[in-house]
Design a protein around this ligand. Structure first.
Ligand SMILES: [Zn+2]
Ligand SMILES: [Zn+2]
Length: 372
């Protein structure tokens, strides 16, 4: 456990230093005009020896800085964009009714409708493709999920969906109030800073999702009262794309909340944040189809199926890196080799060529308990 804590603290320290450096490089809101009349932040700290960094700083600023547009204007654009999204999605309601619904609740309804569209749209297309079109090639006989399991997953997901939708609604509220670092236009920071902050944002999300998921296993009552609802589908071949949102509502919100909390310290283009949040709906359908696509370093269904059967591996989100660093990675290749050695049948069908292997890291210590 001590080594896990050390590795976690080292990751937090590295992230903090990189984020702080990024703020220096992107001037953290200093207007472009001011750069040419006053010494830059880096020069103030390091004198003329910071010429190289100062040059990079000027290069970032030549695209844009946050201060090029007043905060009130950025917030106005954010709200205008959100109102447009509301009216675009809620055209099904007559104008007279829609105008009676406050902006906050329009946003909530819009998030719920979009969430349901993503869930049913992706789930139906995905299931049709893998079970009806290519089921005989992708699955061994009698290894596809039973209809009653899929129906149960849809039922649990639909109960949770109105509550899931509160997370993006509250996030949007916080962004419109100016409590986050979200900005409305890529041109507010310039393309290089947009790309830089995108990677930092996703690094923070990967870290947050890993730890949130792992704690939902390591803290016994959290597993029992929250995460167990998702782990009911632990027998081989009971998972389906419709299991992707089959969580206790609080569990689903907790695992998505790193997308929100990161907005409070990492500048992020708000529409990109919303697209990423809804992309998790597509991603979670994909990782529950039990088909191992072998696209390294992506943590696809082959890895997640193992998570559902061992309970102590592969907690990560999109990539294998967090599990690798924390010693909880278990590859489908290792898993199948173990099973073969024990004379058991193949669990995870494969759909592509072999992926490269990562060097082994000692297990992190906790999370070794079998949870049922
Ligand atoms: Zn889990
Ligand atoms: Zn799962």
């Amino acid at each position: 456990m001590a080594s896990t804590l050390t590795r976690t603290l080292v990751l937090v320290a590295i992230f903090s230093v990189v984020l702080a450096s990024s703020h220096l490089l992107t001037h953290d809101g200093k207007p472009v005009e001011a750069l040419h009349s006053k010494p830059s932040t880096v020069d103030e700290i390091t004198g003329h020896s910071g010429a190289l960094l100062s040059g990079v700083q000027d290069w970032f600023a030549s695209f844009a800085t946050m201060a090029d547009m007043p905060k009130e204007e950025r917030l106005r654009l954010l709200k205008e964009e959100n109102e447009w999204l509301n009216s675009f999605v809620m055209w099904i309601f007559p104008d007279g009714i829609r105008e009676q619904i406050p902006h906050f609740w329009q946003t909530w309804l819009r998030c719920w409708i979009l969430c349901a569209l993503v869930y049913f749209g992706i789930g139906a297309v995905w299931s049709y493709y893998i079970y009806f079109c290519f089921g005989d090639k992708l699955f061994a006989p009698d290894t596809m999920p039973a209809f009653k399991d899929v129906a149960e997953q849809i039922r649990v997901s639909n109960i949770a969906m109105p509550l899931y939708s509160m997370l993006p609604t509250l996030t949007e509220y916080a962004a419109e109030k100016g409590w986050t670092c979200a900005y409305p236009r890529v041109a507010n920071v310039g393309l290089p800073a947009y790309v830089l902050y995108f990677f930092l944002y996703m690094a923070s999300v990967e870290f947050g999702v890993y730890w949130m998921h792992r704690l939902l296993h390591d803290i016994k009552w959290a597993y029992r009262f929250l995460h167990y609802d998702h782990h009911k589908y632990n027998k081989e071949h009971t998972l389906s794309p419709f299991a992707g949102l089959a969580f206790h509502p609080i569990d689903g919100i907790l695992q998505a909340v790193p997308y929100t909390w990161t907005l409070f310290y990492c500048p992020m283009h708000f529409l990109t944040h919303e697209i990423l949040l809804f992309a998790t709906g597509v991603w979670t359908a994909n990782i529950h189809d039990c088909l191992h696509a072998r696209v390294w370093p992506v943590m696809g269904a082959g890895y997640h199926t193992i998570h559902h059967t061992t309970y102590k591996h592969n907690y990560g989100h999109y990539f294998v890196f967090m599990d690798w660093l924390m010693g909880t990675l278990h590859t489908p290749e290792q898993y199948e080799a173990d099973k073969e050695a024990r004379g058991l049948s193949k669990l995870i069908p494969t759909t592509a060529a072999a992926a490269p292997q990562m060097p082994a890291i000692a297990a992190g210590g906790s999370g070794g308990k079998k949870q049922q």
